[in-house]
Design a protein around this ligand. Structure first.
Ligand code: GLA
Length: 370
């Protein structure tokens, strides 16, 4: 047992491949240089846990033998992790844990997964739990499913754990095999614009989308297709199934099937230095997330539409689960400030709100600091 452990975990971006992960598909994420840091101290008590969030200026205490979900709040993410660790029959004793960082909360860059991963990383080290990175990705995902009730995929946790400096990863969410690629964009760079909106329907709509995909799979299976997830369906097969799927399910499935293809094509484009094509695919991805998957919102659509009027932007799209958060764009380096000013002014005029630009770099995955 180690008495004091400090850990750090980053947020993540996703270049392309949205709402594909829980359909066993492909994603192209990377860890970023915005992070959360935790200090965990074993406190000598048998069952008392004290949590302190520096960002919220708040603390929370619970008993390891008896705790339950609070109506809402950051503490649920951590109690969810403890609950999953206990299910694995691993022994924890009382500890104090203090954490904070610079990942925008509700910005679609996965601050909650970074919180959970850095926390589990600290527990792993302090209590000699011996979980591998893949086990930690699955445990934090299960915490979301079972404690929070958010049926998320594996992309966030996996990329936060496996991030590598200057590299994006093509992750096969079925086999969990992954390959790193350098993010070489020549005279262009990635830029995030945070809409600073986070619509409350996000979690429930997310679960609905997932259920719609699953119902599509069920109908396709009954029609005789030997598939287990939408990952197995080809673009031709989905078109051929139009008449047997309810319209909304057809749209959701079409998005997933095509987004998988786009992610593979985008990876190829990136490898061939064809940044223009990568940008085009990002625009198509956004249109599909808006029209077929219906997880965008007017603020995100507005920013993407604005970017299309600027020829120094090659591509832009909403990133993450949707209903708010950030857009991710590929912008000519020398004109980034111009783009920020242009977008911020238009956004303020349209919505009476400020956006927040985030010039992130690709950073390292979760680690123990000391
Ligand atoms: C959220 C989820 C991920 C993934 C994205 C959409 O970030 O946590 O698992 O499904 O939405 O691609």
């Amino acid at each position: 047992m180690q008495q004091i452990v400090r850990t750090q975990a980053p947020g993540r971006i996703n270049i392309i491949g949205e709402h594909t992960d829980y359909n066993d598909g492909f994603v192209l994420p990377a860890a970023i240089d915005l992070t959360i840091t935790q200090t965990l101290k074993v406190n000598g008590s048998d069952y008392t846990v004290n949590l302190i969030s520096k960002n919220f200026g708040a603390s929370f205490q619970f008993d390891l033998r008896d705790f339950k979900k609070v109506p809402s709040g950051w503490q649920n993410y951590l109690m969810g992790v403890v609950s999953e660790v206990q299910k694995k029959r691993k022994k924890l004793t009382g500890f104090d844990c203090e954490f904070g960082g610079n990942i925008p909360i509700g910005g679609g860059v996965s601050s909650s997964s970074a919180l959970q991963v850095s926390f589990l990383y600290a527990l792993n080290k302090a209590f000699d739990l011996n979980f591998s990175k893949i086990e930690m990705a699955k445990i934090t995902q299960q915490a979301d499913h079972n404690f929070i009730g958010m049926m998320g995929g594996i992309m966030d946790q996996f990329s936060i754990l496996h991030g590598k400096k200057n590299q994006v990863m093509l992750l096969d969410c079925r086999s969990l095999e992954y390959q790193y690629f350098p993010l070489e964009l020549g005279s262009y760079q990635i830029l995030l614009l945070n809409t600073n909106v986070s619509h409350s329907l996000a979690d429930s709509e997310y679960n609905t989308r997932r259920a719609e995909c699953e119902s599509g799979v069920e109908i396709l299976q009954k029609s005789g297709l030997g598939i287990s997830k939408l990952r197995d369906v080809s673009p031709k097969q989905i078109v051929a199934a139009k008449d047997i799927l309810p319209a909304n399910v057809y749209d959701r499935c079409t998005h997933v099937v095509q987004e998988n293809q786009r992610t593979l094509e985008a990876t190829k484009a990136l490898n061939n230095g064809n940044i223009k094509r990568l940008g085009e695919l990002m625009y198509v991805s956004h249109a599909s997330l808006t029209d077929l998957y219906k997880v965008s919102c007017s603020e995100l659509d507005f920013l993407v539409d604005q970017s299309k009027t600027q020829d120094y932007v090659l591509g832009s799209r909403m990133m993450g689960g949707g209903f708010g958060g950030c857009t991710i764009s590929i912008v000519e380096k020398s004109r980034v400030n111009e783009f920020i000013d242009f977008s911020a002014k238009a956004y303020q005029e349209k919505f009476g709100k400020d956006l927040t630009p985030l010039q992130v770099k690709i950073g390292e995955g979760a680690k123990v600091l000391s």
